[in-house]
Design a protein around this ligand. Structure first.
Ligand SMILES: O=S(=O)(O)c1ccc(O)c(O)c1
Ligand SMILES: [Ca+2]
Ligand SMILES: [Fe+2]
Length: 337
């Protein structure tokens, strides 16, 4: 196997939205993301702490879907390594020279990874003004930065193996009594995750996780949606996660794309950091207070487009966590086989 690229972190997601103005209302007016650039067909957004051009791109399109997730790599040579790595796996690979791809991003490579996701690896990206202490510009949820991608895939062990081969560590898992792998959280930056896997039909994007500095920003976000009679955008929470220990709320944008507002997870940077393993029957795993997980959270997600913008076919899940009888969820009636 060829040398993998040195991934620094999850860097941006590019979402296709069917009504750019409605999406702008949600992500800019309500969540407060900073507009770094916009044109007739797309808006480029970032959080208050982000120094690179964007961490979210909303592109107008006929179908609500994920264009691609993107990881920043340490050097320009790591873009070449990514191209060779995925070519050696026999995966579709397409070089995207500077100026021909996403606005603000330099030389990049886009691949369809073994899980069926379109993934971009880049190093060069334009800078944005330092907003960390421009409190006068901090609005809405006061989102600091993109924290992670959560992806739906039917084969969690395959996802774990693929991201392990890319040098990702594993901070936490959800496992069955026989250690069947239901979910995993994996990282390159020194927090709980850059990517996590939710068992289900895939490839689909489950959510993008956006970090705030304080739990009161999570709570206020939910309050503002309630005040404006937009509470139907609130899907799950606010609450405290078992996995990651983060405080969270999940929202759905006008196209149904899911976003998590997430704060206060923990450091994972020591080389001998140990994986914390949850049992699928522990009903504190997903909400530490034992609150049930709404069925839509397990079942609904955004489809994914291939390198040519065509919808990727979706294959069904192997293990269905929502079918596991646990105290709080109570969604299913069948123990895992
Ligand atoms: O619901 S879980 O506690 O499993 C969880 C933990 C961290 C996340 O980012 C997440 O989306 C979900
Ligand atoms: Ca709701
Ligand atoms: Fe998340």
């Amino acid at each position: 196997m060829t040398t993998p690229p040195d991934v620094i972190r999850s860097a941006y997601a590019q979402l296709a939205v069917t009504d750019l103005a409605a999406a702008r209302w949600f992500w800019v007016d309500m969540l407060g993301l900073h507009v770094q650039h916009e044109d007739a067909g797309a808006v480029y957004l970032r959080g208050t702490d982000e120094l690179t051009h964007h961490s979210l791109v909303l592109r107008s399109g006929p179908v609500a879907a994920l264009d691609h997730i993107a990881y920043r790599v340490r050097t320009p040579e790591d873009v070449d390594r990514a191209e060779r790595f995925f070519a050696s796996l026999g995966r579709p690979v397409r070089r995207v020279p500077a100026g021909t791809g996403t606005h603000g991003v330099g030389d990049a490579v886009r691949v369809v990874d073994p899980l069926g996701f379109t993934v971009e690896f880049f190093h060069d990206i334009a800078r944005g003004e330092r907003l960390i202490q421009r409190y006068d510009l901090h609005r809405g949820a006061q989102i600091a930065r993109l924290d992670h991608f959560n992806i739906c895939t039917p084969d969690i062990p395959a996802a774990y193996e693929h991201y392990t081969s890319l040098g990702f560590g594993c901070s936490e898992t959800i496992e069955g009594d026989e250690h069947e792998l239901y979910a995993a959280w994996m990282y390159r930056k020194q927090t709980v995750h850059d990517v996590a896997f939710t068992g289900g039909a895939g490839p689909r994007l489950h959510h993008v996780g956006m970090a705030t500095h304080e739990s009161h920003q999570v709570l206020r976000t939910a309050d503002v949606f309630g005040s404006l009679r937009k509470e139907h955008h609130i899907e799950r929470g606010p609450g405290r996660h078992g996995v990651s220990n983060a405080f969270y709320v999940y929202l759905r944008d006008p196209d149904g794309h899911r976003v998590e507002i997430y704060t206060s997870d923990y450091y994972t940077g020591d080389p001998d950091h140990e994986t914390f393993r949850w049992n699928v029957h522990d009903d504190r795993r997903r909400d530490f207070w034992g609150n049930a997980v709404i069925e839509s959270w397990y079942k609904e997600a955004s489809p994914v487009l291939d390198l040519d913008g065509r919808l990727q076919p979706i294959s069904e899940s192997v293990l269905d966590e929502s079918a596991v009888q646990v105290g709080a969820d109570g969604l299913g009636i069948v123990e895992p086989s």
